[in-house]
Design a protein around this ligand. Structure first.
Ligand SMILES: [Zn+2]
Length: 424
């Protein structure tokens, strides 16, 4: 490993890195509903304020879920250098997902065992947040006269779309290219990989319509469930095989996601089988409504208009062949694919830093899902953005989630060297 004052100093602060990570895990910022957002932002504001960062707390008022009980708080800390230059911004989400079952550790205990820190959010992504804070603190301590600016943000609601977090901040101009030039999102992508972006998303509800009748005389009604059966059959026969032929040049991991995919998230038809207050049999009825929610992930080579048209054409085809087939498609959510150029400055600086710290070339990946880069790209119009951080991607959202202390130290070293390259 390279001998550099930044790396030496980060190694001596490993205890500080561990206790910071533990403190962050012990604030249970569960989303939903959005617990303790203010607490975690205040904690970070106090810490970074003491170290010469100018701190802003921003509540994303009026965004989904924002209310008196669960306000959507965000924090941005900025360290101004002594001369003009670029701004390098580290953005982490501070929310964590539901604990779920199967834990053998306290999910909010932050236990340190054999070089691993355990807890909900350890990997996704409080370990990355802590690593970026230590990297920035060490950098400004050693080089207080740096150029440009260093920014750290901890933002809300990434796990539920980022509308009360990065999307809101981008709308307020915090990610305008005149203000911020380089963004690193320390999501858990493994410390030797640079994530350039993500595939696109289209969520929609498809509803088929029927006519209610007595279940003993189904011929007097029209079953919305049977109509939906025709939709599913058409998907099996034609749509899924078609999607499998659409391959991308994006380096998506895992390999199975290097094509277009479609998931049927849910299906609901007919009367509810279970009413919590009623234990008898349901009534005999023909279903007059059936709904599915589809989650279509698409590639940078695909156009979202065509992605939607493909489904509409399929439904029209069924309508031509099937008597009384009526349907409705409702758009729910969409994200355009994003991929930063491999020659972008933040990519090159991070690649060079990884080589120095780990002694090996990084690999370049694209995420099968999405993360906050979408808002930085689309709303902020900033293209020089990647995800890079410690933590093993597969552990995210799992029971007994952990982050390795050595991985955090290595990736903090990478982040500090990126600052040195861009701001000295
Ligand atoms: Zn995450």
């Amino acid at each position: 490993m390279l001998n550099h004052p930044l790396l030496t100093e980060i190694a001596t602060r490993s205890d500080a890195l561990i206790s910071l990570t533990q403190d962050l895990i012990r604030i249970p910022t569960l989303n939903p509903p959005g617990r303790d957002y203010r607490r975690i932002c205040s904690y970070l504001a106090e810490r970074l304020g003491k170290r010469g960062f100018k701190v802003e707390m921003i509540r994303a008022e009026g965004t989904p879920g924002d209310c008196t009980a669960y306000p959507r708080w965000n924090v941005i800390a900025r360290h101004e250098g002594k001369s003009a230059g670029d701004c390098v911004h580290f953005n982490s989400h501070h929310d964590v997902v539901e604990v779920g079952h199967g834990w053998t550790k306290d999910p909010f205990g932050g236990a340190l065992e054999d070089g691993r820190i355990y807890g909900r959010g350890a990997c996704d992504m409080k370990g990355g947040l802590a690593a970026s804070i230590i990297a920035a603190e060490v950098f400004v301590d050693l080089y207080p006269d740096h150029k440009g600016a260093v920014e750290i943000s901890a933002t809300a609601d990434e796990e539920s779309g980022g509308y009360g977090g990065v999307a809101y901040l981008a709308e307020q101009g915090y990610f305008d290219p005149e203000r911020v030039q380089h963004v690193i999102i320390p999501e858990p992508l493994n410390k030797d990989r640079i994530c350039l972006g993500h595939r696109g998303v289209w969520w929609a509800e498809i509803e088929t319509k029927g006519r209610i009748a007595h279940g003993s005389m189904p011929f007097l009604g029209d079953s919305a469930i049977r109509h939906m059966g025709a939709v599913l059959e058409e998907m099996e026969r034609h749509l899924f095989p078609l999607l499998a032929t659409k391959r991308t040049d994006m380096p998506v991991v895992p390999e199975g996601a290097r094509q277009s995919t479609l998931n049927i998230n849910s299906i609901h038809g007919g009367e509810p089988e279970h009413d919590p207050d009623f234990t008898g049999f349901p009534a005999a009825c023909v279903a007059d409504r059936c709904r599915i929610v589809i989650d279509r992930r698409f590639l940078i080579e695909e156009d979202i208009t065509e992605v939607k048209a493909e489904v509409h054409r399929m439904l029209e085809r069924i309508k031509d062949e099937r008597p009384d087939f009526e349907y409705e498609v409702t758009d729910m959510h969409e994200v355009i694919p994003s991929m930063t150029d491999k020659d972008a400055p933040v990519v090159k600086s991070t690649a060079a830093a990884i080589e120095k710290v780990l002694g090996a070339q990084p690999s370049y990946v694209v995420s099968p899902g999405t993360y906050d880069q979408k808002h930085i790209d689309r709303i902020g119009r900033l293209k020089n953005c990647i995800a890079y951080g410690p933590g093993i991607l597969d552990l995210a959202h799992q029971p007994d989630e952990w982050v390795g202390v050595d991985d955090m130290i290595d990736s903090a070293g990478v982040m500090a060297l990126v600052l040195a390259e861009l701001l000295l």
